[in-house]
Design a protein around this ligand. Structure first.
Ligand SMILES: [Zn+2]
Length: 309
């Protein structure tokens, strides 16, 4: 195991849902354990969807995008996250807001509770002064900027995004960009805006800013790898991708810009499954132990300027 394990992509949810579900924590844990095999299948089938013809894939995307929602009743709170980090020996997790469902304020409060949790800033579309909002969030501890074009319904030409990118560059913040077109009319305004290649002009215009392509462009990870090969400031996270794809990324772009990310808790048990996929890569000879150490924490530690253990 790496000297420091950092999960670059997690979310937490307010525990209001639990209030509607009058069950004890013990029962939630038991049901979680029962669901493990089904969730494992969901993780597996998710990566197979991409090989289907487009109309069928769109339909299945719609279903698989909402399937995890009920699981949030069982696993999604700050305590749940800290518990799974303990069990899986994860030292640090970046927590990403998703306003209005999960606000910046909520994430900042959660992260103030435990130094292992680091907040990310997400400037909502209706924030009257985006740059001032970002600066204030950084002042309160935010360590990266999240941009989610599909949820915002904005693309690479957005003047608001450009202003935010300029400010992020001045503040030395990495930018986490949601990539990969998962077709969900329920969750996203325009999923086609998640195609990673649309943002190549940004990688060129802001060469000093590290861009992390979250989910490695999901159904088309080769595109993310090509971008990383072309632009030295492009990183990828491993969330949602199977071992073969992570191994291919190591082979094609090298291990230094690949970051372990789980997207916990959106399918359930993600951290355990995500870590297992990296270990599997080592067992299959797709990466060395040293590569795994870089991916599991060393790369993120450098990017976030965290002191070593
Ligand atoms: Zn996410």
């Amino acid at each position: 195991m790496a000297s420091l394990v950092i999960d670059f992509h997690t979310h937490v949810f307010p525990d209001t849902a639990q209030k509607f579900l009058p069950v004890s924590n013990e029962l939630r844990k038991t049901v979680r354990a029962w669901l493990r095999p089904a969730l494992e299948n969901l993780h597996e089938s998710g990566t197979l969807i991409r090989h289907l013809p487009d109309p069928l894939r769109r339909g299945l995307d719609e279903v698989s995008a909402v399937a995890p929602v009920s699981g949030l009743l069982l696993e999604s709170t700050t305590d749940d996250l800290l518990e799974t980090m303990d069990v899986n020996e994860v030292d640090v997790a970046l927590v990403i807001p998703h306003p209005p469902t999960v606000s910046n304020d909520f994430v900042l409060e959660v992260c103030a509770r435990d130094e292992r949790l680091l907040p990310v800033a997400y400037v909502p579309k209706d924030a009257p002064k985006p740059v001032a909002t970002l600066k204030a969030l950084v002042g309160r501890g935010a360590r990266a900027l999240k941009i989610h074009p599909a949820a915002d319904g904005e693309g690479p030409d957005s003047a608001r995004y450009k202003k935010l990118l300029k400010a992020a560059t001045e503040q030395g913040l990495p930018v986490i960009l949601h990539t990969g077109c998962m077709h969900s009319s329920l969750l996203f305004k325009d999923s086609s805006l998640s195609e990673a290649s649309l943002y190549a002009p940004w990688f060129k215009e802001f060469p000093k800013t590290p861009f992390v392509l979250a989910h490695m462009n999901w159904h088309a990870p080769g595109v993310a790898m090509n971008l990383a090969i072309e632009y030295p400031n492009v990183y990828v996270d491993t969330s949602w991708q199977p071992s073969e794809v992570i191994g291919e990324a190591v082979r094609r772009m090298g291990p230094e810009r690949i970051l372990f990310g789980s997207d916990w808790p959106l399918v359930g048990n993600n951290i355990a499954i995500g870590l297992e996929r990296i270990r599997e890569c080592v067992r299959m000879g797709l990466m060395s132990d040293e590569d795994a150490d870089l991916i599991l924490g060393e790369n993120a530690r450098k990017l976030l300027r965290i002191e070593g253990k």
